[in-house]
Design a protein. Sequence first.
Length: 384
Amino acid sequence: MKNFSCVAWLVLLCATTMFGQDLPLTIQGYQFTPVKSMEAMPVQNQFRSSTCWVYSTNSFLESELIRMGKKPVDLSEMYIVRAAYIKKAENYIRRQGAAAFSQGAENHDVMNLVREYGIVPHAVYSGMPAGQDKPVHGEMEAVLKGIVEAVHKMPDGKLSKQWQSAFTGALDGYMGTPPANFHWEGKTYTPQTYFQSLGIKPDDYVALTSFNHHPFYKPFVLEVSDNWSNGMFYNVTIDELVQAAEHAVTNGFTIAWATDVSEKTFSAKEGLAIIPEKAWDDLSQGARDSLWKAPVREKWVTQEERQQAFDELSTTDDHGMHITGMVADQLGTKYFTVKNSWGTVKKEMAGYIYVSEAYFRYKTMAIMVHKEALSKALRQKLGL
């Protein structure tokens, strides 16, 4: 059992809390004006792990706590990762190996996992070996995948009663065993009772996407490999998705964002993500370099162009981040302020990136928001 005094909590708060983002308003020839900024905890580093889904969602939940007037807390990402592996293993065996088993997942998986497993502060469970402060998961994933592959083949003709404890033993060998109960701010909790104390209700959150191979205003299972749990996404038009994101931000809500970052014009190094009118391959080197020097005209894609990119697999679900605000450049173009989980790539941006609405429109896979962040009109269309 771990004991954390109020004094220790205050030290942790001073060391880790960042209210708002003190980000530059000038990037070369880009001149930005703040539109809206919400509070968020410091940028983390997922390092050598494909765990953006939990870093982005935990960051989102941390900002939700701040929005709700709760004490800010650094939630444990690895506690959720461990729980996810247990559920993925069960799913893999039930489906006899015909299921995804990898490091990836979706924002809604965090909501489902905290509902069942609860959550703990990072200070209670880091999920990393002694002396390691960033996750390295390649070997662990390979070992865990080897276990479930061997088990589902049933070399003894049937499943043993020991496979789950063997799997959990390997998982705990890499990540450590989480506490069954712990002491925090003068109270004793289990992970489940601690989550209940936060006041977050998973059913209050909704995931939206926009693709026209399914009916609009109906939920469907988004066909991406990381959606291993077959989570449902409400389908809206791309215009409505952009409007929903802007409505949420301007009304003080942050957004968990799943997107494609494979475009050459997504640059954490430059602190910008844009979609110029001309394709990257059609630009000279000089034109490419100039993209980062001053605002350019951007491509405003249609619903059909979005769908084509998804169908051709040039838009895939490869990264999750956290939208915490909005700025506008000198031409009036709006950009979402996005918190990444790659540490500090561009020092001045402190791990954040400005993402144009054109990029968001083209490359967004899905968003997750509180239901109250949506307009009444959209909620009525979705039956929420």
